[in-house]
Each structure stands twice: as structure tokens, then as C-alpha cells.
Design a protein around this ligand. Structure first.
Ligand SMILES: [Zn+2]
Length: 312
């Protein structure tokens, strides 16, 4: 997900209207990055005496796509935990709601308020439950992943948990009366997982109303990131850092799959990599990284799922 948004930011003109939205998404993905693992680790020891299910990183695709970091499902309610991992001093403001981070270096950064985010996710999740025919109360909490995150000025009435206290809070949680049977709870968990398996965030361009023609072409330097490489003989050269690479095009093709569509033809590949000859594109695609489907002119290439892309 993060690689997809980075590729989108790189390949759209700097002045593009969507750059701001993409920057915000990258910001918020980065804000959670690493925090979820810590909570997952702490939740391993959570073993209450009532039937429950814990589902982590649950992407849900309905008419609106969203993700739940940690879901605790019980017979009485659903508890959503929205994990944040931001170092330094965290200050909440209201009117309008936002989160301001001051890092140890003094650098300041602004984010969408996690409290608002949690409320939005709660509301979306309630709608999903209703659409599945389940009437279950939903609670959402913001969890701060590490003790070195110092929260000041949290809005009155808001509840923010530290990851270390999550287990105690949940153990002491005042559970509302049971609403569904244990079997129904299992069924609900399964149906939520089914919804998530249909979820595919790619291709990003179309999902964000960006047309293919707006996406920049070419092979970018893996070190300089925003500098395009030039093709010389059998390899790519970066005019800025002089890096030579024989396989930088694979990263570009992987970006095509994330941004544009799940398949590519030799002609599309020639254009996207800015190659001179179609035969060169065919050569590049003749690789265990790609799966061939169809014959001759109709042939298309898909990402081969079993082979990872080696990044240098
Ligand atoms: Zn370079």
C-alpha cells in the first residue's frame, strides 16, 4: 500500500491536484506504521474468560473501503482499536480537529485527528454490521503504541489508551448484555473475513479518479527516486548519481500493476518504460517475474505471485 502511494506521488506532476490527498494518505499510513505490530504482540497474551475473536488488519470493502487495525469481536459488542505510532509530543486541537506532532528534533507535523478517524471507522463499521444483518454495539478507541509518545491536550471526554494498558482495559471492560450467540459471532467473523478477501486497493489511479495519461512514464533511479534513468546499451544509467542498473525496469513494471492495471502488453510496456523497440519490451517481460496469458498480438503479462521483486 505504501509503495503504491509513493509511486503515485512520484509519477504525477508536482502540481497535480491529487498530490495533496496522496501526501495525506502517505502521512497517515506512516503514522500507524510499526505501531500495529507492537499491539499485535501485546494482544497475544489477551485471554479473557468470554468467547471472542480478534481480527487484525481487517480491510473491508463495501461501497467505501476502509481498514480496521484491531477488531475484538464478542457476543455483546465489537471493539475497534485504531493504533497510532508517532514519536514525540502529540497535541490535539479541536475546531478544527487535528493532531500536531513535535518531534525530538523540534520538527512539527500535522495529521488528521485519530479521534475523528476512529469515529469515522466506527460509523462505517456499524453500517457494515447493519448491512450483514447484525445488531451489535460498536466502540472505537485510539491506541498510542509506544510510551515515548507523549499526549498533551487530549480533548475533554476523549479516551486514548496506551498499548500497554489495552489488555487491562479490555479485561475490565464493562461488557453490555449479550446480543448474539457464540455461533453467530463465529459466523460474523467469517463474513467479515470474506468481505476483506474481496478487497484489493489496486489499481490506485482509477480508484482515485486519475487517468492513465496523467501517470508519468519511464524508469526511475532506485536511489534518487525522482530522477529518470536513461537506457544505454543493456542497462539503465542515472544522470544524477551515475548509478547503473540492469533491472531497474522491474520496479517500474511493478508500479504499473499497482497504479494502472493488473496486466500489461508488450506495447504498453514499451511505452511505459520509454523503450525504442517492441522486441526489448518482450525481452524484459520474458522473465519468471511475469506470467504470460494469450498468444501473439493478444498476449498480456501478469505479475507472477510466487516470485518476489528483488529491490537493491
Ligand atoms: Zn540516481
Amino acid at each position: 500500500m505504501i509503495a503504491g502511494f509513493q509511486a503515485l506521488a512520484k509519477r504525477l506532476p508536482l502540481s497535480h491536484l491529487k498530490q495533496e490527498v496522496i501526501k495525506e494518505r502517505l502521512n497517515s499510513i506512516n503514522a500507524g506504521f510499526g505501531g500495529e505490530e507492537r499491539l499485535d504482540h501485546l494482544m497475544k497474551y489477551f485471554d479473557p474468560d468470554y468467547p471472542h475473536l480478534i481480527i487484525q488488519d481487517l480491510p473491508i470493502s463495501t461501497n467505501v473501503d476502509f481498514q480496521v487495525d484491531t477488531l475484538l469481536l464478542t457476543q455483546s459488542c465489537a471493539i475497534l482499536l485504531e493504533v497510532k505510532n508517532l514519536s514525540g509530543r502529540l497535541r490535539f486541537t479541536v475546531n478544527p480537529s487535528a493532531l500536531h506532532q513535535t518531534k525530538a528534533s523540534g520538527e512539527e507535523k500535522g495529521y488528521q485527528s485519530p479521534l475523528v478517524q476512529a469515529e469515522v471507522i466506527k460509523w462505517k463499521f456499524e453500517n457494515v454490521l447493519t448491512s450483514l444483518g447484525f445488531d451489535l454495539p460498536v466502540q472505537a478507541y485510539v491506541v498510542i503504541a509506544y510510551p515515548n509518545q507523549i499526549v498533551v491536550d487530549s480533548p475533554p471526554g476523549s479516551v486514548i489508551w496506551s498499548a500497554d494498558e489495552v489488555m487491562i482495559r479490555l479485561h475490565n471492560f464493562n461488557m453490555p448484555p449479550e446480543k448474539i450467540s457464540e455461533v453467530e459471532m463465529q459466523q460474523l467473523g467469517q463474513r467479515l473475513l470474506n468481505l476483506s478477501s474481496e478487497f484489493n486497493p489496486f489499481p490506485l489511479a482509477a480508484k482515485h479518479g486519475i487517468s492513465t495519461s496523467e501517470i508519468g512514464t519511464g524508469v526511475y533511479c532506485p536511489d534518487c527516486k525522482t530522477i529518470k534513468m536513461e537506457r544505454c546499451k543493456r542497462s539503465w544509467h542515472c544522470p544524477a548519481c551515475k548509478l547503473k542498473s540492469s533491472d531497474a525496469h522491474h520496479e517500474a513494471i511493478s508500479e504499473w500493476f499497482m497504479l494502472i492495471k493488473p496486466s500489461i502488453s508488450a506495447a504498453e510496456c514499451k511505452k511505459f518504460l520509454e523503450l525504442e523497440h517492441l522486441s526489448k519490451a518482450r525481452n524484459i517481460l520474458k522473465n519468471p517475474l511475469y506470467k504470460r496469458v494469450g498468444n501473439n498480438k493478444m498476449r498480456r503479462y501478469y505479475r507472477e505471485m510466487h516470485v518476489g521483486i528483488h529491490k537493491k
